[in-house]
Design a protein around this ligand. Structure first.
Ligand code: FA5
Length: 350
C-alpha cells in the first residue's frame, strides 16, 4: 500500500510541473483531493485493512494529503507572483532620473507664507497648535470676554450650524483651549505658554479687494510672569522683518478688542502702491494686518490662569492679507479663485 502512496506522489508532482494557470491548478486539486480524487479514494480503501495496517497506511496517506496541500499553496503563490510580474512588465518604465515637470503643481502662496511664519516662531520657541474650524459659541466669544447679546458681537458675524456650533470667525477661538492645555506646565513648572495657531476663518460679510468670507489668520500668544507690551512689539517686529526680508513701515494705533487691554491695530504700509493709496488698501496707504494687545484678565481667568500673577500678549495676524503684501496680490479674491494661472506664479518658493 505504501508503494501506492509513493506512486501517487510522483504522479502528482509530475502533473504539477505542467501547471501554468490557476484553472489548471484547480483541476489538479480536484483530481487529487476532490470527493472522488485519488488521495480521497485511497482513504476510502482503509476500511478493508486490518487495525495494524490502518495505522501505518493512514499515517502515509495523511502525509501525502498534507504534502499535496502544501505544494498546491506554494504553486498558488508562484502563479500570483508571475501574474504580478506580467502586469508590471506591461506598465511603462519609470525613470527616476528624468527631471520633474515643474508645471505640474505648486504650494498655495498661503501655505508658503504660513510655513514661513511657523518656522520663524518655532525658532523663537513657540509651539504650533492646530484647532478645529467648527467651534462653540463659548470658545469663539464668551471665553473671550464677549458675552451673549453684547454689542461687541456685531464686530464679527459668522455661519451657524443647526446644533448651535459655528464656523470660527477668528483664530482667537482656540485661545481658551490652549490656555487650558498648557496652564499646568506654566503654574507648576514655570514654563511660559508660547504658541501660535494658524487657521481658516469664516465671516458672513460682503467681499471686496481686501475682504473675503473665508480667509486665514495666525494667532499667537505668550503668557508668563512680567510679560509686557515691549515683548509684544519685539516679536511683531522680528516676524515682519523675517517675512518680508526688508524694512517695512508699520504703525501701531489703539484698537478695541474685548479680549485684550490695551489693544492695538498694527498696520503695514501698503506694499502694492507704496503708500500712495489703491483699492487694495482702500486708498489709505495702510493695511490692517495684525491686531494685538495684552490679554484681558477675564480671558486669562476663563483659561484657568490667575491674572494677578501672570500677564501675556496675543496677536491675530491676517495671514491672507500678509500674502497679498508679500506677493503683490492686488485682489484677495484671486487667492481663493482656484485659478492656476494666478497661483502658479508662486512656484519659486516650492
Ligand atoms: C480679530 O480677528 C482678532 N481676533 C485679532 C486679535 C487677536 C486681536 C488677538 C487682538 C488679540 P480682526 O477682525 O481685525 O481681529 O481680524 C484680524 C486680521 O484678520 C485683520 O487685520 C485682517 O488682516 C484679517 N481679516 C479680518 N477680516 C478679514 C476678511 N474678511 N478678509 C481677509 N482678511 C481679514
Amino acid at each position: 500500500m505504501s508503494e501506492k502512496t509513493l506512486e501517487l506522489k510522483q504522479e502528482f508532482l509530475e502533473s504539477l510541473k505542467n501547471v501554468n494557470s490557476m484553472d489548471e491548478l484547480e483541476n489538479i486539486r480536484i483530481a487529487y483531493l476532490g470527493k472522488k480524487g485519488s488521495v480521497t479514494e485511497l482513504l476510502k480503501e482503509m476500511k478493508n485493512l486490518s487495525n495494524e495496517e490502518k495505522k501505518t497506511f493512514g499515517q502515509k496517506v495523511n502525509e501525502l494529503k498534507n504534502e499535496v496541500l502544501d505544494k498546491i499553496s506554494q504553486k498558488t503563490e508562484e502563479l500570483k507572483q508571475k501574474e504580478l510580474e506580467k502586469e508590471f512588465s506591461l506598465m511603462p518604465e519609470f525613470d527616476i532620473s528624468i527631471p520633474a515637470d515643474l508645471k505640474r503643481g505648486s504650494y498655495h502662496p498661503i501655505t508658503l507664507a504660513q510655513r514661513q511664519c511657523e518656522n520663524i516662531f518655532k525658532s523663537m520657541g513657540f509651539v504650533v497648535a492646530d484647532y478645529s474650524e467648527v467651534v462653540s459659541d463659548y470658545e469663539c466669544f464668551e471665553a473671550l470676554n464677549i458675552p451673549k447679546h453684547h454689542p461687541a458681537r456685531d464686530m464679527q458675524d459668522t455661519y451657524y450650524l443647526e446644533n448651535g456650533q459655528l464656523l470660527k470667525s477668528h483664530t482667537s477661538a482656540a485661545q481658551n483651549a490652549i490656555y487650558k492645555k498648557y496652564k499646568d506646565a506654566l503654574i507648576n513648572e514655570g514654563k511660559p505658554i508660547k504658541a501660535i495657531f494658524p487657521g481658516r476663518c469664516f465671516r458672513n460679510e460682503a467681499t471686496d479687494a481686501n475682504h473675503e468670507n473665508t480667509f486665514f489668520q495666525m494667532e499667537g500668544i505668550m503668557v508668563d510672569k512680567n510679560i509686557s507690551i515691549s515683548n509684544l512689539i519685539f516679536f511683531m517686529k522680528t516676524m515682519l522683518s523675517e517675512v518680508f526680508q526688508k524694512d517695512v513701515k508699520v504703525r501701531l494705533r489703539p484698537g478695541f478688542f474685548p479680549f485684550v487691554e490695551p489693544g492695538f491695530e498694527l498696520d503695514i504700509n501698503c506694499l502694492i502702491c507704496g503708500g500712495e493709496g489703491c483699492p487694495s488698501c482702500k486708498h489709505s496707504g495702510w493695511l490692517e494686518l495684525c491686531p494685538c494687545g495684552m490679554i484681558h484678565p477675564e480671558v486669562l481667568k476663563a483659561g484657568g490662569i490667575d491674572p494677578e500673577e501672570y500677564t501675556g500678549f496675543a496677536f491675530g495676524l491676517g495671514l491672507t492679507r500678509l500674502v497679498m503684501m508679500k506677493y503683490g496680490v492686488k485682489d484677495i479674491r484671486d487667492l481663493n479663485s482656484g485659478s492656476l494661472k494666478t497661483l502658479s506664479q508662486f512656484t519659486e518658493d516650492k
